[in-house]
Design a protein around this ligand. Sequence first.
Ligand code: C5P
Length: 209
Amino acid sequence: AGRFVVALDGPAAAGKGTIARALAARFGFAHLDTGLLYRAVGRKALAAGGGAIRPEDAIRAARALRAEDLQAPGLRDPQVGQAASQAAALPEVRAALLDFQRAFAARPGGAVLDGRDIGTVICPDADVKLFVTASDEVRARRRCAELRAGGAEATFEQVLEDLRRRDARDAAREAAPMKPAPDAVLLDTTKLSIDAAVAQAAALIERKC
Ligand code: C5P
């Protein structure tokens, strides 16, 4: 047995979070949504900069980040997502968040981490690596439904543009760009139900456990 690490990467709203939670429940792993770290940093930097992201604010926020910041309200707001993506392009911000993520991955009971660079940078030795994708339209439709369920107003066009902007920035940046690890399994959820996607991921884990 020992430690078991599952790395789930991919673009925004591809289904990583839902799959990660289901796998964590099924196998008894701890789950870390690493996007929340960057969102918490983005939120603090937005507040410090009066609505604009200044690198020095983002770096300071990342270095001072505490566990309770991950419970702050508003972390799921689209503007906080964009701020997170801007902050996430700064190498100093990424460096400040590294130890926390690696320590989480080392939990004795096993861990699943979802994000953009888990299989490439944070946990290059992960036991199972998945890169979860879906078409832009399907991702926008899902995120739209999520936002509306949470009581927010969201149009499909706005959400689609927001996702595309964030993905483009996340994939193009120099520091830990979003990309599949060479040994990652691609899981395209465009035409898969959540249950089917979870079943495929679970089968990979069972083979390695
Ligand atoms: O996953 P989520 O959409 O909540 O992440 C918000 C932003 O945080 C992403 O757009 C990305 O810029 C950044 N992020 C990252 N590396 C991770 C997780 C998130 O750069 N491992």
